[in-house]
Design a protein around this ligand. Sequence first.
Ligand SMILES: CC(C)(COP(=O)(O)OP(=O)(O)OC[C@H]1O[C@@H](n2cnc3c(N)ncnc32)[C@H](O)[C@@H]1OP(=O)(O)O)[C@@H](O)C(=O)NCCC(=O)NCCS
Length: 360
Amino acid sequence: MSDYSNSGRNRDSNVPSAVQSESSARTTVTITGTGSCIPEKILTNDDLTKLVETTDEWIVSRTGIRERRIAAPNETASDMAVRAGVRALESAGLGPGDIDLVIVATITPDMLFPSTACLVQDRLGMRNVCAFDVEAACSGFIYITEIASAMLQSGRFRHALIIGTEKLSSILDWSDRSTCVLFGDGAGAAVLSREDNPGEGRVEVVDTLLGSDGSASNILYMPGGGCRIPASADSVAAGYHFLKMNGREVFKVAVRIMERAALEILQRNNVPLEKVRCIIPHQANVRIIEMLSERMKLPMDRFHVNLDLLGNTSAASVPLALDEAMAEGKISDGDYVVLVAFGAGLTWGATLLRRHEKSL
Ligand SMILES: CC(C)(COP(=O)(O)OP(=O)(O)OC[C@H]1O[C@@H](n2cnc3c(N)ncnc32)[C@H](O)[C@@H]1OP(=O)(O)O)[C@@H](O)C(=O)NCCC(=O)NCCS
C-alpha cells in the first residue's frame, strides 16, 4: 500500500485557498441546498438476530449501529436519489430547469448502464444537462464534490445537483453476519452553485483533496457482475454478487487514511484545528470515528455521528450527515467544517467547507 500523505491535486502551497479567499473577490463554489431520502423500513439489530447468529450487544459494542433503513423491494437507487434531489433543489430555491450538471455517486446503480444520473435527469425533467455517475464507493460524495466544483469553476456550468445514493441491501449476503449488520440504504444530495460574490450564510467549498490505492482493492469489493465474472448460474451460486470485506484490515486503514486526509486539508489551507466547528466523517463504525477523534485530539462532540440510526450507507453517508448537520445548525458563521471519507478502491478524500459571515 502506498503512503497516504501528499494525496490530492498539486497546488501552490504558498497560496492556500482559504487565504486567497480573504484577499479578493473571486468565483466560488457554494452549497446552496441539501436534501435527504431515508427509506421507511427500519431494520433493528434485534431484527437481524432472526437472520444471523448475532446480538444487539455485539453490533452496538463493535460498531455503534442500532438500526438501519432498508429500501422497499421496488425502491431503487434512482428513486431515492430523485427524492433527495428534489429536497436539495427546494432548499436551494431552484427548479430542475436551473440545473445544468447532475452527478451521482453510487456502487449500487439501478443498472450497470445507463447511468443512474441519466435516470435522475429524466425523472426530474431536466433538459440540456450533463449527467454521469462516479464510482468511488464510500468516498463518492467527496469525489463528486471535487468534480462538480472544478466543472463549475470552469465557467461552463452554473448549478450542479450532486447525489450519493445506495441500495446496499441489494448486494449484501444476508447470511453473512460479518457484513450484513453494517450497511443500510438511503440518499443524500446537494446543490453546488458558482457564485461570484457569496452572500452572508453561504457555505463555500474551499478545497478538496482526493486519493486512491488500488493495491488494496481486495479488502472491500464485489467480484461478480463485471466483465471478469459476468452473471451466470455459477457466479450467483458462488455468491460473487455480494459485497466481500476483510473488516479488520479495512478498520486499520480507515483510521489512518481519514486522519491524514483531514489533517492535510486543514494544513494546506492554514486552518488550525480550533477553528473547525464540525467534522462530518464517513459513517462506517463509531469506533473508527472515536479513534479519529483521539488521534486528531478533537473531542467527539465535534464529530457528527448518525450511523447509530442509519448504518453505513456508502456514498450516501456523507451527504446524509451533511444535510442533518446543516439542519441542526452545526455549520454557523465563520465556521470551518471538514467532510472526510474512505472507501473501497481504496479511495479517500476530504473537503473543507466554510460558512461566510458576510458578503466578500
Ligand atoms: C466488521 C467489524 C465490526 C468486526 O469487528 P472486529 O472487532 O474486527 O471483529 P472480528 O472481525 O475480529 O471478529 C470477532 C469475532 O466476532 C465474530 N463476528 C463477526 N460478526 C459478528 C456479528 N455480527 N455478531 C456476532 N459475532 C460476529 C467473528 O466471527 C469473530 O469470531 P471468532 O473470533 O470466533 O472468529 C470491524 O472490523 C469493522 O467495523 N471494520 C471496518 C468495516 C467497515 O467500516 N467497512 C466499510 C468501509 S467503507
